[in-house]
Design a protein around this ligand. Structure first.
Ligand code: DGI
Length: 141
């Protein structure tokens, strides 16, 4: 499998729960390197833009409100099969359906507040990484 990059976000509930280090440790133990990172408080415009693909969905307003409710930690992960590997670490969108030992099964309570985001494919990963980081802010190693 090729080395890939993927965009990861620790959402406001994850930052509030003080588990940034715990989540980073899971990335590192799975062989994913953090090659760019930034803590930020998303504006309404940023959150709407990032989740634009969901703008017709009934949960869009709640999703944007949640994503702007506090600071998030945004990072680029790099490694072999990084996109699927990160999705495996995250678990299913609905924590009630997430496999034991995944981040969402261990730390998320609801589908609205599910601790982490991860790109779901190569095109999405490229778009989402570009949304947050300039090429010179990514430190491949
Ligand atoms: O890639 P995921 O975060 O696993 O899932 P997604 O890209 O399909 O959806 C993005 C976020 O939108 C998800 O993390 C939580 C929210 N969401 C998705 N589907 C639903 C939802 N929220 C509610 N309340 N109901 C849904 O069916």
């Amino acid at each position: 499998m090729a080395v890939q990059r993927t965009l990861s976000i620790i959402k406001p509930d994850g930052v509030e729960k003080n588990i940034i280090g715990e989540v980073y440790s899971r990335f590192e133990k799975a062989g994913l390197k953090i090659v760019a990172a930034r803590m930020m408080h998303l504006s309404q415009t940023q959150a709407e833009g990032f989740y634009a693909v969901h703008k017709e969905r009934p949960f869009f307003g709640a999703l944007v409100e949640f994503m702007t409710s506090g600071p998030v930690m945004v990072q680029v992960l790099e490694g072999e099969d990084a996109i699927a590997r990160n999705r495996d670490l995250m678990g299913a969108t609905n924590p009630a359906e997430a496999e034991a030992g995944t981040i969402r099964a261990d730390f998320a309570q609801t589908i609205d507040a599910n601790v982490v985001h991860g790109s779901d494919g190569e095109d999405t990963a490229r778009t989402e990484i570009d949304f947050f980081f300039k090429p010179e802010e990514i430190h491949s190693r």
